[in-house]
Write a protein that binds this ligand. Structure first.
Ligand SMILES: [Ca+2]
Length: 481
C-alpha cells in the first residue's frame, strides 16, 4: 500500500504565496465560469480547477496528496456497462464480438468470470454497487416507485406520485454510506457520469457530476455516446489540484436505443442474420471503444499506474432476434442472463493479474475491496468481502441475490415487491420464487458450473440439495409478504 496520512493543506510543493495569488485569480474565473452557465471547455476547466483548489484548502486533514509523488492514494475508475450479457466479450469467449480494450483490461486485472449483481434491474443494481448492500437493505429495490392503480404508464411518469416516489427512493441513498462519501473522508474528489437514478449526483455523495435529477441520468447520459470530455476535464483538474479521484463511468451502453455507428454495424450486418442482434453486437463494440479511449487518456497522462480500474455490467441482456427487445431469461430475470457479469479489478504493479473461473463473487464485494486498497474504514455489517483476500474467497462458497418488480409495491416494505431470491453455491444455483408476486413459480435448481445457460432444471431429482441450499438462502434473508 502507498497510502499515507497527513494534512492536505501542508502537502503542496507550491509556494503558499503563489497558491494565494492563483487562488484569487481562479476564484474570479470560477465566479464567471459557474455563474454564466455552460462556457466553453477551457474556461470551464479553469472554473473546475478553481473549485477543486478551494475545496482542497477547505477540507479536513486526510491522506497525504503531495503533487507528483507516489504517496497519493490510488485513483478509482468504476466502469459500468448497461444491459450487457456476461457472454458478450472476447475474453469470455464470444465467437463474433471484438472487445480488444476490455480484453486487454481483463488480461491486466484480477478477472472473476463468475461475478454476480444482486439484482437484474438497473436502479437497485447500481444502488447496491455504490453502497455495498443488498437492495432490501438500502431500500432501492425497484426502477420506479409504486404506480397508482389504473394510472397509465405515460401519465404516471408525469404525475406527482412519480415525482414524490422517486424523491423518496433518492433519499434512501442519503441515509447509508456510499463509496464517494467514504472516499471523500479520505480526501478524494468524485465525479458521476452516465446512468444515475437517484436524482442529483450529490444524493449519492458525489462532489461533481453530470446528472441533475431525471429518471435515467439526463445530461449524464451524453457520456460515452456523445463525449468523454467531462471526465477528462475532471481528471485533469483533480490531478492539477493534487487530489485523488473517483470517476463513475456508467454510460448507457450497450443499453438501447441500439444506435451504433456504422463503422461497427457494417461488420455485424454481414455476420448476423438478425439486424436487432447485429445492432446490439455493434453497441457492445462501441462501448468497448469508449473504454479504450478512456484508458488511453489515463495512459497518456501517466495516470494509469496509480489508478484502480474496476469493471462490471449492471445487469445482463439477451436480444430477442425478432423484436430487438430483451429475451425472457435476461434483464429483470433471476437467470444468469440477467444477474451474471465478469468483474475486473486492475491496478498495474499492485494487483497481480489473474483469471478466476471458479469462485462466485458479487458486485457487493467491490466497495470493501476499494476501501481496503485505500486504507479506509469499512462500514460494519456489509455482506461483501475483499476480492483480493484469497483465503476469504476460498472460504466463501455462495453469493446471493434478490429480484423485484420493476415498479415498487410499497417503498416502506421492500419484500412486498420481491419476485425471486437466488443463491449460487459453488457449481449450483437455486432460484426460489416469492409466491405473493410469482404465484405460479416453482423452485428451480441448475448446475451452472456445467450448464451455464440453465437449460436443465434438476430440482425434482435433487431434493436433498434443494433443501440444503434453501436453508442457506433462508438464513441470509427470508421475508414474508
Ligand atoms: Ca441496466
Amino acid at each position: 500500500m502507498v497510502v499515507g496520512s497527513g494534512n492536505r493543506s501542508q502537502s503542496s510543493d507550491v509556494h503558499p504565496v503563489a497558491i494565494d495569488i492563483l487562488d484569487r485569480i481562479l476564484r474570479a474565473i470560477a465566479f464567471l465560469g459557474w455563474h454564466l452557465g455552460r462556457l466553453r471547455a477551457p474556461l470551464a476547466l479553469l472554473g473546475l480547477l478553481s473549485q477543486l483548489l478551494i475545496e482542497s484548502r477547505a477540507t479536513e486533514p486526510g491522506p497525504r496528496t503531495t503533487i507528483g509523488s507516489d504517496t497519493r492514494p490510488p485513483n478509482i475508475l468504476l466502469i459500468v456497462s448497461d444491459d450487457h450479457a456476461w457472454t458478450d466479450y472476447g475474453f469470455m469467449g464470444h465467437p463474433v464480438l471484438r472487445t480488444p480494450h476490455l480484453d486487454r483490461l481483463a488480461s491486466r486485472s484480477l478477472c472473476f468470470t463468475r461475478g454476480y449483481v444482486p439484482s437484474s434491474l438497473c436502479c437497485p443494481s447500481l444502488a447496491s454497487l455504490i453502497t455495498g448492500r443488498f437492495p432490501h437493505e438500502h431500500g432501492v429495490v425497484c426502477n420506479d416507485p409504486p404506480r397508482p392503480t389504473g394510472m397509465p404508464q405515460a401519465d404516471f411518469h408525469r404525475s406527482e406520485a412519480f415525482r414524490s416516489g422517486r424523491a423518496r427512493l433518492s433519499s434512501f441513498l442519503e441515509q447509508v454510506p456510499t463509496l464517494p462519501r467514504l472516499l471523500q473522508d479520505r480526501g478524494y474528489l468524485s465525479f458521476q457520469s452516465g446512468k444515475w437514478w437517484q436524482n442529483d449526483f450529490r444524493k449519492g455523495g458525489f462532489a461533481h457530476g453530470m446528472t441533475r435529477g431525471d429518471r435515467h441520468g439526463d445530461a449524464g447520459l451524453e457520456i460515452g455516446r456523445v463525449t468523454l470530455k467531462p471526465i477528462e476535464e475532471f481528471v485533469t483538474a483533480a490531478e492539477q489540484a493534487g487530489r485523488p479521484w473517483l470517476v463513475w463511468y456508467a454510460p448507457m451502453l450497450p443499453h438501447d436505443p441500439h444506435t451504433p455507428p456504422d463503422r461497427f454495424l457494417d461488420r455485424h450486418r454481414g455476420t448476423n442474420p438478425s439486424l436487432p442482434v447485429a445492432r446490439y453486437h455493434a453497441m457492445v463494440e462501441w462501448f468497448d471503444e469508449t473504454c479504450g479511449q478512456l484508458l488511453g487518456f489515463l495512459e497518456r497522462r501517466g495516470s494509469d499506474r496509480r489508478t484502480i480500474v474496476v469493471y462490471l455490467a449492471d445487469n445482463g441482456w439477451i436480444t430477442d432476434p425478432q423484436t430487438g427487445r430483451y429475451a425472457p431469461r435476461s434483464k429483470q430475470s433471476p437467470y444468469d442472463g440477467g444477474v451474471r457479469t465478469p468483474i475486473l479489478v486492475g491496478w498495474p504493479g499492485h494487483i497481480e493479474p489473474r483469471r478466476d473461473d471458479v469462485h462466485p463473487v458479487s458486485s457487493l464485494d467491490i466497495l470493501p475491496t476499494v476501501l481496503r486498497r485505500v486504507d479506509a474504514p469499512i462500514p460494519a455489517g456489509l455482506p461483501g468481502q475483499d476480492l483480493l483476500d484469497r483465503r476469504a474467497a476460498s472460504r466463501r462458497r455462495a453469493v446471493f441475490g434478490e429480484c423485484f418488480t420493476h415498479d415498487a409495491v410499497d417503498l416502506d416494505r421492500p419484500e412486498s415487491g420481491l419476485r425471486w431470491r437466488w443463491i449460487v453455491d459453488g457449481s449450483w444455483k437455486l432460484i426460489v420464487p416469492a409466491p405473493w408476486n410469482e404465484p405460479g413459480g416453482r423452485v428451480e435448481l441448475y448446475r451452472v458450473g456445467s450448464d451455464p445457460l440453465e437449460l436443465e432444471d434438476l430440482a425434482d431429482g435433487e431434493p436433498r440439495r434443494v433443501r440444503r441450499l434453501r436453508r442457506k438462502l433462508d438464513a441470509a434473508w427470508n421475508p414474508s409478504p
